[in-house]
Structures are given as structure tokens and as C-alpha cells.
Design a protein around this ligand. Structure first.
Ligand code: BGC
Length: 932
């Protein structure tokens, strides 16, 4: 009999906590597990779940092959109930041992479970006043078996019990659409309570609730009073249950936090507060029906980085470089300073002329300051704010030693699930930048940027980044929560706010690519996690959005007119008008309508609603027809002739005939050549262009675009020393100056969306069925790399693809987790291989090996495509003064791509009004190189 290993990683919903999972928000949590290894013949035919609750044990056997998000098999959980679960699997005559136990404990599932009430300080903690601390003292008997604290706040809260910090979360309760959904947290405080007198203290900060949000200086978006809801529940060995909650008997005092704001920073007086003002609290009216348990991980400190260097700026300021643009705050140790002395820490992502480059922060002060207590050792760090920075300026100390400064990295503590590496260090650094960009912008809400007076849940940004995010980190719980906010904030007419949670007043009712987050993010999550329930939950929201934009489009099925953000930040757009892209906004909007309608149809089919599926499939078909009729020529040109319009038309199957698709692909490739392989797409085109090029047979052109490092390109920022992905292709100009645009972040994930192509195509690891139950392995080796690999912790376990080229051979290694299968396209083989779980290797002739010579009778296009020759052409043309750079050379040649290469020099020199000087010299340099 064969062997199957015991399941591991038993999970509840999308929670990724270490065991136990506390405070789950559903009575019927779905289960998932991984089978780490099994004989090749193993196929799961059944699973058994053993549930131990309140001393009883039951085993339930289910005869299906599923192992991801399977239904809760037993009676629903009641509030606070804790169940210990083990799983074992069987099939093909094999049976595993039981998994290790995993424990899930329900939160407070019903509003009535809350006996506590929201309380707010009566006299203290007003807007602009020091942060208040709310306090309760109480006696407990001995023999405590378990103690739980359930808590949330209007504002941020930080609890200490008997002087010890409760939990390791920061910035709790995080940010949701507070008017509809307010998260509470569940803490195990068994170790913190004690027999006799206990002291529970909770510091409240402004945070998202009452602090500044948006660039118009507004604060107190949700209300002007901070409030706390906390309920402590203690069970003793003799079965006593003691419940203590926030009520009017708590007291308030002022803390030493004199000011706190997410944008502006925190001001703290560390001196003992002899004149502590005490105050009373009162119960405030607040709807407890809004309370929800977390779906994803909390915000935590995820890493601490040492200072890379401490140095003096030209103006004499003391600067610290952490070597990495990150999100969090600075921790500083100071010794033996005078009481009352002020230390100030300012932050910035970049330097300009050697000083902190704070202009991109706009009005965010990003400044923390401290009045020292004067103790022998003081550790300075804030907790009610966060900053996006790589550099800090420290003033108020005679000396700053590198070993006394650290950067504390803060973000949603997502489980890492995706890795990529290649033989090219620049590409790997770029990928690392994408990872850091995600870490810095997944701070409870998926934000545009983490540093300036913005940091909002821009829908368009996450719409394009969701596939990459889902690969790199387990984003399912995080994004599922955000999508619940999106649905809650959707207006009755179906329109979707530009930011979720919605805190800006936008005159824009609907923006294509932004509002489409409603449809495309759930679809991505379904693809990557297999979560049908999430899709079903979002379906009304998805439909409402499509109905709304279909209404805007009207009977002709074309979504035209009105203001659109469009292909935002197309690099050719003026720096103060990022929406003035080359791509026609009507083409973009109508393309999105087709795509979203199609996705709603597919989602409805998954949800089992055939009528709805058919309705939206028909709508998608009509929009596609309209698109082709209005925007596409019979030959396959697409209106506005910009890379982005071809990218979306190809990626979303908007071109009816094979001939049109063929020509559109060729046209797109020519446009990339004409730009000298520099990027010319914005938010809309960037995530699609690589798939469009690859799918239309222009993989080599895609690689040229990927490996371009001139400005603008993905690697340009890397050559400029970037450690995160920038908002603008040229956020920093080649001369080291900061782009003059007022909107200019050095930590924006949107343009990093190309990483998904690196994973799926360059390495070749893609999902072929929801949740990666089937893998599509189709690596695309190119001569610019000798190796690439991607690994992803799929819901079934680790999948991996790695390829290497050497000595004319391609070696391919594929790891398929138990429960999944893979279709593997080995380069050069006519038929794909289908394999089950395990590690598989192949060898084939290296498809990229031949360093082919430029063919005789080559065209100008062939010369551009022949990288080595093209490099020499550009070098000679620049040296002879015929052109300034590669981009100019390519631009000159764009109308001569079909001409014989013998005409290339004259074409290059054709610089109206006459012929460029240097033409003769260029001829002399190149005649031997270019075939006649
Ligand atoms: C944000 C973007 C966002 C855009 C749309 C900007 O201020 O930073 O990323 O999508 O506005 O208007």
C-alpha cells in the first residue's frame, strides 16, 4: 500500500494566524488543508474531519476530492465556542494519519453578545487635545482558565493590561468603511490577567477615524469623538464566567501624546505627567450591528531594519539612510539627555540635492517629535502614525549613532506566498521593489501610496495590481474585507466610489478601470483562491456596477464621453495632466465595459445562475460588436493607435477576426519598436501589454520592453537606485531631480503589475483552474535570461517552475502540489504533457540559444529586432551626432520599418528640414554591419 502524508496547514476561511484562530466571524468556517506529500497514485477520494468541542468528539467523513474551502461539516459554532479540528484524507487505497490539531474559536457572532458599550471621554481627548487613555480597574478571582479581550474603537486603540501590551497588533482596529463595517479584535489575555486587582488601560488615537484624510485638509471624516468598546471575558476553573465591559464607570486621563495624525506624525512628551488631568467618560450612541470580525491578518511590525548609514547633509542636517523605501516609523535610542529636550524626526522617500526631498509629501508633515524625560536610556518611537520613507532627518541630539537607529516596518501581516528569481540582478531587484511596494501599501486597505496626504484605497490601483498581489502574498482575507467595504459603499445606482473606504467627494460618477475593481478584483481572487463563496457574495455588487455602466453606454453599447481617468500616467501625458493619454478614453471605457460584462457572466455561471450568466454574456458580446464596429478598422487598426488600445483589445478578445488580431499584434509590436522599446502605457495598458505581445507572437519584443532601462521603463527606476516601484515612470528625472508634478510618489504599486507576467509567462507558473487546482506551466525562455523560476504557495501547497538554459539545453523543473495537476508546455515540444503531483523534470533543445545573424535582405524592422546590431547602430548614430539617443533613433525609423536595411542610415539621418550632419560618418560606421 502506498503512502500519503498527514495533512498540514489546516486553515479556517482565509485566516492565516498561527494556531489558534481566535475570533472568527462566521459560525460555519470553511476548511482547507495541504497534503504535503503522497505517492504518485494518490488521489483524494474522501476526507474525515474530527471535531472536538466541549469534551465531545465527532468524526465526519465526506467522500469528495476537495480540500480547499470545504464546507464546515458539523453543527455551527456558537459565539466564543472553541473547536479543535483534525483532518485526514484517503484515496486510491491509501489513508493518511491525522493532521496536527488546529483550533478555531468563534468571535462574538451576535450583536447581543456585546454587553459593553462605546464610551468616550467627557472632558478630555477633544479634537486637538492630547490623546486620552481610558481606564478600568477591577478584581478577579484566582483559577482563571481563559481570558479574552474583545475590543475596537472610533479612532486607533492600544491596550495594556497590568502594564503589559495586549496583542502585537498596531494601528488597530484598522480601516474599514466605518459607517457600515467596524472591525473588532479578539485577544487571548489569559497570561495578562491576575488574581486580585487588575488595571486595563487603553490609549486612543485619531487614526483614520478622526485624523486627516485626503488632500483637502479635512479631518474627522467619521466623527469628532474618539470612543472605545472593550469587553473582557474571563472563565475560571470552577466554571465562573466574568464579563466586564466599557461603561460609564471607566475613567479617563491625558496621555503624553500631545498630537497624533497619520499624515502629520506624532508629538510625544515623555516626561512623567505629574499634573495628569483625570476625567470621566460617558456612554455614546453607536451601532453595534456594524461590528465585524477580521477576515485577514492585522497590521503588525513585520521587520526591523538597521540604519545603513548616518551622515551630514550639505546644510548640516543629520540624515539616516535605511537603504530601503519602507513604511512604518523610526525607533531611536537616546541616552543621558536633559529632561525636556526636544528630538525631532522627519521623513522622506528620497533626497534632492542631498537634503530630505519632502515636496512629494505635499501637506503631510511626516514629523515625529519627543520631549525627553531625561532617563539614562529612552527608546523613542510613535505608534499612532506611520510614514513612507527611506531617509530620516534627526535633530535635537548632539550625536546620532547608527546602532541607535532602526526603521520599524509596519503593514498588514500577510503571509508571503510568491517568489520569483532570475539570472538578471536588475530584474530581481525590480521584483523585490514590487514586493516592497505591496508591503508598504497593504496597510489594512490597499492604498495608492503610503507617504503623502493621500494613502487612500484607490480602486483603479488595486484593480490592476490584484493579480500580482494574489501571487506574492495571501491577500484573500485582506481583499475580501476590502471588497465588502466596496459593496457597502457602492451607491444605489451601482456606481463605485473612486476610493474605498470613501472619504473624498468626487464629481466623477464613474471611471473606467477604477470602478471595474468591483468586478475584476473578485474575479482575480476566485481564479487564484477558488473561493466560490466570495464570488457569490460579490455578485450583486458586480452586477450593479455593470448595469450602471451599461446604462451610461446606452443602446449603442459604447461607453463614450464624460471625463475619464483613462490610461492614467501614460508617460507622454503632461506632468500636470496625467489623464491626457495617447489612448482614446472612449476606447478604454468601452473595452472595460466589455471585459466587466464578460466577467459578470462568467461569475454568474460559477454561481450556478444560468440566466444571469447568459444575460451578461450577451451584453459582453454586444459591447464587443459595438467596439469593433466603432473603433476597429477592417484591417485591425484600433482608434487612437496607441499601445494601450491594442493591448486591451488583444488581451480581452475585442477583435473579431483572426486577421485583425494578427495585424493588431504586429502593429502593437511596431509601436513598441518605434518607441525604442521604452514603455508608453499608463495604468490601463501596463498590466496588459506583455500578455498582448506574448499572445500575438511577439515574445521577443516583450522581453526588449522588459529589459529596457532607459527612461521611461520598468528598469529605469532600478538604475536610479529605486527600492520600490514609483508612481510615475520618471518620478525621479535622469538628472536626479524630483519630477515637478505635484502628484509624485516613490511607492505606488500600480505600474509593478507587470510582475504577474514575470510569474505566469517568464517563469511560466499560472493557474489553469480556480485556486491552482490545475496549473498551466508554459515558460517562455529568452536569450536575455539564462534562468528564471517562480514558486507559489497555492491553496494546495507549493508549486514551482524553474528553468535554466546552458550548453544548448533547456532544463525545466516543475513541482506540482498534491491535489493539483499540471499541463506543461515544454518549449519545442508539439504536445503539452499532463502530470500529477510531484517533482518533474524535462530537458529540451534550448529554444533561445541560437544567436542568429541578421538575415540577408533584412528590413529596418529586422535591425531593430536584432538586439546586438541595433545596439551598435544606436551607439554609432549617437557618436556621429545623427541622433541624441535610442528613443530618437527609433522614432525616426518608425515610418521606415518595412524598408530594406540598406536605407536605414538615410532614414535615421532624415531629420527635417534636411539631412542630419554626420550621415556620411554613420554610413562609414555601419555599412559593414547592415546587409544590403
Ligand atoms: C492616486 C492614484 C489614483 C489617481 C486617480 C492619484 O492621486 O495616487 O494612484 O488612482 O489619483 O485619480
Amino acid at each position: 500500500m502506498g503512502h500519503v502524508a498527514a495533512p498540514t496547514a489546516v486553515r479556517f476561511e482565509h485566516r492565516t494566524d498561527e494556531d489558534p484562530v481566535l475570533g472568527i466571524g462566521t459560525a460555519t468556517p470553511r476548511l482547507s488543508w495541504i497534503v504535503p506529500a503522497a505517492d504518485a497514485a494518490f488521489i483524494q477520494e474522501a476526507y474525515e474531519v474530527e471535531l472536538t468541542r466541549a469534551g465531545t468528539c465527532e468524526v465526519i467523513r465526506v467522500t469528495v476530492g476537495d480540500q480547499v474551502l470545504v464546507p464546515w461539516p458539523a453543527a455551527p459554532l456558537s459565539s466564543r465556542e472553541s473547536v479543535r479540528v483534525r483532518v485526514r484524507v484517503s484515496g486510491a487505497g491509501m489513508r493518511s494519519a491525522w493532521s496536527d490539531p488546529a483550533t478555531v474559536e468563534a468571535g462574538l457572532l451576535r450583536t447581543e453578545d456585546w454587553t459593553a458599550r462605546f464610551i468616550s471621554p467627557r472632558e478630555l481627548g477633544k479634537l486637538g487635545a492630547p490623546a486620552p487613555v481610558l481606564r478600568s480597574t477591577f478584581d478577579l478571582p484566582g483559577g482563571v482558565v481563559t481570558a479574552r479581550l474583545y475590543a475596537t474603537a472610533h479612532g486607533l486603540y492600544e491596550a495594556t493590561l497590568n502594564g503589559r501590551r495586549v496583542g502585537d497588533q498596531v494601528l488597530a482596529p484598522g480601516w474599514t468603511s466605518y459607517g457600515h463595517r467596524l472591525r473588532y479584535q479578539t485577544y487571548d489575555v489569559t497570561e495578562l490577567v491576575r488574581e486580585g486587582g487588575n488595571d486595563l488601560e487603553v490609549l486612543l488615537g485619531n487614526g483614520w477615524y478622526r485624523g486627516r484624510l485626503g488632500w483637502d485638509g479635512r479631518h474627522a471624516h467619521y466623527g469628532d469623538r474618539l470612543a472605545l468598546l472593550a469587553q473582557l471575558e474571563v472563565t475560571t476553573s470552577d466554571g465562573q464566567v466574568i464579563r466586564l465591559g466599557t461603561d460609564a464607570f471607566w475613567t479617563a486621563r491625558e496621555s503624553g501624546v500631545l498630537a497624533d495624525d497619520l499624515y502629520d506624525g506624532q508629538r510625544t512628551d515623555l516626561r512623567p505627567r505629574a499634573d495628569d488631568r483625570a476625567g470621566t467618560v460617558e456612554v455614546v450612541d453607536a451601532d453595534l450591528a456594524r461590528l465585524v470580525a477580521p477576515d485577514g491578518p492585522p497590521v503588525r511590525v513585520t521587520q526591523v531594519l538597521p540604519a545603513a548609514a548616518v551622515f551630514s547633509s550639505p546644510s548640516g542636517a543629520t540624515l539616516v539612510d535605511f537603504g530601503q523605501n519602507l513604511v512604518g516609523w523610526v525607533r531611536l535610542r537616546v541616552r543621558d539627555q536633559a529632561p525636556g529636550q526636544e528630538v525631532v524626526v522627519r521623513h522622506a522617500e528620497v533626497l534632492e540635492d542631498g537634503e530630505l526631498g519632502v515636496r512629494p509629501l505635499r501637506t503631510a508633515k511626516a514629523t515625529d517629535s519627543y520631549r525627553l524625560a531625561g532617563a539614562p536610556l529612552e527608546v523613542l518611537e510613535p505608534s499612532l502614525t506611520f510614514h513612507g520613507f527611506r531617509y530620516a532627518e534627526i535633530s535635537g541630539l548632539p550625536e546620532v549613532r547608527a546602532e541607535d537607529v532602526e526603521a520599524v516596518v509596519v503593514g498588514s501581516d500577510l503571509r508571503r506566498t510568491g517568489w520569483f528569481s532570475s539570472s538578471n540582478p536588475q530584474l530581481d531587484r525590480f521584483h523585490e521593489n514590487v514586493v516592497w511596494g505591496m508591503r508598504g501599501n497593504f496597510v489594512d486597505v490597499p492604498t495608492d501610496c503610503p507617504q503623502r496626504d493621500e494613502r487612500l484605497g484607490w480602486t483603479g490601483d488595486i484593480q490592476v495590481f490584484a493579480p500580482t498581489a494574489s501571487f506574492l502574498f495571501d491577500s484573500a482575507g485582506f481583499l475580501s474585507s476590502w471588497l465588502a467595504d466596496l459593496a457597502a459603499e457602492q451607491r444605489p445606482d451601482g456606481s463605485v466610489p473612486l476610493v474605498v473606504p470613501n472619504v473624498i467627494e468626487s464629481p466623477l460618477p464613474a471611471a473606467a478601470a477604477w470602478g471595474d475593481a468591483a468586478t475584476l478584483v473578485p474575479w482575480v481572487l476566485y481564479q487564484r483562491t477558488g473561493d466560490v463563496g466570495l464570488l457569490e457574495r460579490q455578485l450583486p455588487s458586480m452586477r450593479a456596477w455593470v448595469d450602471y455602466i451599461a446604462g451610461l453606454a446606452g443602446a449603442d453599447r459604447l461607453w463614450t464621453g464624460g471625463f475619464q481617468l483613462g490610461d492614467w500616467l501614460d508617460p507622454t501625458a503632461p506632468h500636470d495632466a496625467p489623464f491626457e493619454a495617447q489612448a482614446d478614453p472612449d476606447v478604454v471605457a468601452t473595452g472595460y465595459l466589455a471585459r466587466s460584462a464578460e466577467v459578470v457572466g462568467l461569475a454568474a455561471a460559477v454561481a450556478g445562475d444560468a440566466d444571469v450568466a447568459e444575460k451578461y454574456a450577451r451584453l459582453a458580446g454586444e459591447v464587443r460588436d459595438a467596439f469593433a464596429r466603432e473603433f476597429v478598422t477592417p484591417g485591425g487598426r484600433v482608434l487612437s493607435d496607441a499601445p494601450t488600445v491594442y493591448a486591451l483589445a488583444l488581451a480581452w478578445a475585442l477583435l473579431p477576426t483572426a486577421d485583425q488580431r494578427h495585424h493588431a499584434g504586429d502593429r502593437l509590436a511596431d509601436l513598441v519598436r518605434a518607441s525604442g522599446f521604452r514603455i508608453s502605457t499608463g495604468f490601463v495598458g501596463t498590466p496588459l501589454i506583455m500578455d498582448a505581445l506574448t499572445g500575438s507572437g511577439h515574445l521577443d519584443v516583450a522581453y526588449r520592453l522588459m529589459f529596457q532601462s532607459g527612461c521611461p521603463s520598468w528598469l529605469y527606476a532600478v538604475t536610479m537606485g529605486a527600492t520600490t516601484v514609483w508612481e510615475r515612470w520618471d518620478a525621479m528625472l535622469p538628472d536626479g531631480q524630483i519630477n515637478p508634478g505635484q502628484m509624485n510618489s516613490f511607492n505606488h504599486y500600480a505600474l509593478g503589475a507587470v510582475a504577474d507576467w514575470l510569474h505566469r509567462t517568464v517563469a511560466g507558473l499560472a493557474p489553469a483552474a480556480p485556486g491552482y487546482r490545475e496549473l498551466l506551466v508554459r515558460p517562455a525562455p529568452d536569450r536575455s535570461l539564462t534562468a528564471a523560476s517562480a514558486r507559489h504557495r497555492t491553496p494546495y501547497g507549493d508549486a514551482e517552475v524553474a528553468w535554466q538554459r546552458s550548453e544548448g539545453r533547456l532544463r525545466l523543473r516543475v513541482v506540482v502540489p498534491v491535489g493539483a495537476t499540471a499541463t506543461v508546455h515544454v518549449p519545442g515540444r508539439p504536445e503539452p504533457a499532463r502530470v500529477g503531483h510531484g517533482t518533474h523534470t524535462w530537458q529540451a533543445a534550448d529554444p533561445a540559444a541560437a544567436n542568429r545573424p541578421l538575415r540577408t535582405q533584412a528590413t529596418v524592422r529586422d535591425v531593430l529586432d536584432h538586439e546586438d546590431t541595433w545596439r551598435q547602430v544606436v551607439a554609432a548614430a549617437v557618436e556621429t551626432g545623427v541622433v541624441g539617443d535610442e528613443a530618437e533613433a527609433a522614432a525616426r525609423l518608425q515610418v521606415f520599418l518595412d524598408a530594406p536595411s540598406s536605407r536605414l542610415v538615410d532614414a535615421l539621418a532624415l531629420a527635417p528640414p534636411g539631412l542630419a550632419k554626420g550621415r556620411k560618418a554613420l554610413h562609414a560606421r555601419l555599412d559593414h554591419l547592415l546587409p544590403p
